[in-house]
Design a binder for this molecule. Structure first.
Ligand SMILES: N[C@@H](CCC(=O)N[C@@H](CS)C(=O)NCC(=O)O)C(=O)O
Length: 80
């Protein structure tokens, strides 16, 4: 299952969540701490501390800190 690292008030995260809902995609949410200096787990996974981050373990894909790129990936994935 796809995994999204995010926090609720982040506008870029909200765009990704809305598109995933529109596309009917079920996914796991990881809520990151609001304080950037506490996002150690996120840094381990993505090499940086910004959100949104999408992880697609099945296809060994990780997209960090780029809502447009995440949305393009989701749309492309569903066309296959
Ligand atoms: N270019 C990124 C922007 C992502 C971004 O700025 N995310 C903010 C939250 S809205 C962030 O993680 N900022 C670091 C922080 O919260 O300290 C995108 O297109 O998704």
């Amino acid at each position: 299952m796809l995994e999204l690292y995010q926090f609720e008030e982040c506008p870029y995260c909200a765009r990704v969540r809305a598109r995933m809902t529109d596309l009917g995609i079920s996914y796991i949410i990881h809520n990151v701490p609001r304080e950037r200096n506490k996002r150690d787990e996120l840094e381990k996974i993505s090499g940086q501390r910004f959100v949104p981050v999408l992880v697609d373990k099945e296809h060994d894909v990780m997209i960090a800190d780029d809502d447009e790129k995440i949305i393009r990936y989701l749309e492309k994935m569903l066309k296959k």
